[in-house]
Design a protein around this ligand. Structure first.
Ligand code: SAM
Length: 326
């Protein structure tokens, strides 16, 4: 499906819960998350129906996220259900990895192969401070297990923050020498913390790359046809890759191919804009497939050309990241 600006929208991100077992300070409002009531959250059979309709319309690439998707019971069975949709070409999961040691085998058995694991520090104590959870070693164990099982690619998402973890950038990049991981450095975005974005923590990709200069020349990996927003590089002789995601310094709206389904059943065409389309109410009122497909089409037609101008200054996104699905 093509939106009003000629972009091919083929990627649906499904937030399957707003619950999370971590409290990363940049993701969780200081006043705490107001949890959605259980019956507000889409049931698995509702999610599967919407994923099936979306896939028929061309949303063939799916990402399951949250909140923390691995805290929702039955997630492996749900992933297996997604695998059964013929038009789906790719399924990925984004997780904080805390429950990977317990669940990696079940996820593998469900047919999942692609994993993104969020990890902002390689220092256990700092990890605890940033996330509110003392789980560094669990996440590390989960990564090793996933690698041993054969998951590929395994991407490690690191949100870079000045003064909080920017002294670890080389250590993160060096991981790609020894392990086949794709380390992705993500610019800290003003999202979901309701006015609590701290500009002083923001570091642009240009500066992040400057920090990595002493490691040697980065070889650029040419983008693939349906590439995501990361610009990809490799350190000489590395098993893995480095990626840079620059939503702020080089916004990638012109190539954005995404639509999001929030945990409470709203289609959200742009991460940084609060415009949403309620698909849960009609779904629960018995709407036909054709009616629901029309809501997908409308959301895609109305996708903004770019995120709100000046999003950094007068920030417009009010829903916490946990329920949007990052
Ligand atoms: N719980 C899962 C996880 O930790 O990956 C999935 C949901 S989490 C909201 C998805 C991603 O959003 C994580 O990689 C997280 O670091 C990122 N994220 C959340 N808030 C962010 C912000 N303000 N700027 C940049 N990335 C952010």
């Amino acid at each position: 499906m093509t939106d009003g600006f000629g972009r091919n929208i083929n990627y649906l991100r499904l937030s399957i819960t707003d619950r999370c077992n971590l409290r990363c300070f940049y993701c969780t409002p200081v006043q705490g998350l107001v949890k959605l009531a259980h019956d507000e959250i889409l049931r698995y059979e509702e999610l599967l129906r919407l994923a099936r309709l979306g896939a028929r319309l061309g949303l063939s690439k799916l990402r399951v996220t949250g909140g923390e998707p691995l805290v929702r019971r039955g997630v492996a069975g749900f992933l297996q259900g997604l695998q059964g949709i013929p038009e789906v070409e790719e399924i990925c999961l984004t997780t904080n990895g805390v429950r990977l040691p317990e669940l990696a085998e079940a996820l593998w058995a469900a047919g999942l192969r692609r994993l993104n694991v969020s990890l902002d520090s390689l220092q256990p104590q700092r990890y605890h401070q940033l996330t509110g959870g003392d789980f560094f070693f669990q996440v590390w164990e989960g990564l090793q297990l996933a690698e041993a099982l054969g998951f590929a690619p395994i991407k490690i998402n690191c949100v870079v923050m000045r003064g909080l973890n920017d002294d670890e950038l080389s250590a993160f990049a060096r991981l790609s020498l020894e392990y086949p991981y794709h380390i992705r450095f993500i610019e800290y975005m003003p999202i979901g913390t309701q006015g609590q974005w701290h500009r002083r923590y923001y570091l642009s990709t240009e500066i992040i790359q400057a920090y990595l200069k002493p490691l040697g020349k980065l070889e650029e990996i040419p983008p693939e046809a349906a590439a995501g927003p990361a610009r990809r590089y490799r350190l000489p002789g590395a098993k893995g890759e480095l990626g840079f995601i620059s939503p702020i310094s080089q916004h990638f709206c012109p190539t954005c191919n995404r639509l999001r389904l929030t945990a409470d059943g709203r289609l959200r065409p742009c991460l940084l804009s609060d415009q949403e389309f309620d698909i849960k109410t009609p779904l629960r009122l018995g709407a036909s497939d054709a009616m629901l497909e029309e809501i997908f089409r409308t959301a895609i037609r109305r996708k903004p050309q770019r995120y709100p101008l000046g999003a950094l200054e007068s920030y417009d996104c009010h829903r916490p990241m946990a329920s949007i699905g990052g």
